[in-house]
Design a binder for this molecule. Structure first.
Ligand code: PGA
Length: 252
């Protein structure tokens, strides 16, 4: 059975001290909460990764990095490598977030390279993709998503897919307060699962967790998560509050 996942992307928020407080609050908020088959992941900024990783050791909370360099090591000023992430006991990385694509020039092609480096280093990947408003309005959203997935992930083997989590994040719903309707999310998630089933065997499609991201809050989480092909969420703004994030986890 595929895992349910609630992942919090802190983006460029929380200083070292603030991250310690948030982790502490989150641990308290999750105390005694029955998670069943649900994984809880948080992705703090790089400067807090080691501390958060230490403070969540032996808890239900897993830690992810928000980005990673495609190169293994060397003269790449300002970058962080896969082995550096692994060295602080972090086993998950978010790749392809729309903000990385929009502001830092990441493309389907450059992401394919990052995906390979992450897998080579035994990192699990939360791979993000999604259409912008213009694509949705012109009815191109399925094509755009298909291309994002095919170009970055369809060179992988079935075995590689054990390390892939997909995150559909319509860009028009990120940080805007506007969410895709549960029906829109389900429609896209079913399309994605079918796409994977056509390329690989249906087992791969059935096993891959597909998260929805974009203005998920405690008040709308339950309805979105109730859809059969929605296996959880990638949460931005609401992941910065222990009350909201734990509320979303309880909703699943
Ligand atoms: P949001 O961000 O929940 O603030 O809309 C989601 C994301 O960017 O992953």
């Amino acid at each position: 059975m595929r895992a349910k996942i609630v992942a919090g992307n802190w983006k460029m928020n929380k200083t070292y001290g603030e991250s310690k407080s948030l982790v502490k609050e989150l641990k308290t908020a999750l105390n005694g909460v029955k998670l069943n088959n649900t994984r809880v992941i948080i992705a703090p900024p790089f400067t807090n990764l080691q501390k958060v990783s230490k403070r969540t050791k032996d808890t239900v909370i897993e830690v992810a990095a928000q980005n990673m360099c495609a190169e293994e090591s060397g003269a790449f000023t300002g970058e962080v490598s896969a082995s550096m992430i692994k060295s602080v006991h972090v086993d998950v990385v978010i790749l392809g977030h729309s903000e990385r694509r929009a502001y830092f020039g990441e493309t389907n092609e450059s992401l394919a390279k990052k995906v390979d480096t992450a897998l080579k280093n035994n990192l699990e990947i939360i791979f993000c993709f999604g259409e912008v408003l213009e694509d949705r309005k012109s009815g191109n959203h399925f094509e755009v998503v298909e291309e994002q997935i095919k170009k970055a992930l369809f060179h992988l083997t079935s075995d590689d897919w054990k390390k892939i989590v997909l995150a559909y994040e319509p860009v028009w719903a990120i940080g805007t307060g506007e969410t895709a309707s549960p029906e829109q999310a389900q429609e896209m998630h079913a399309f994605i699962r079918e796409l994977v089933a056509e390329r690989y065997i249906s087992d791969v499609a059935e096993e891959v967790s597909i998260l929805y991201g974009g203005s998920v809050k405690p008040s709308n989480a339950q309805e979105i998560f109730s859809k059969v092909d929605v296996d959880g969420g990638l949460i931005g703004g609401a992941a910065l509050s222990a009350a909201d994030f734990s509320g979303i986890i309880k909703a699943i």
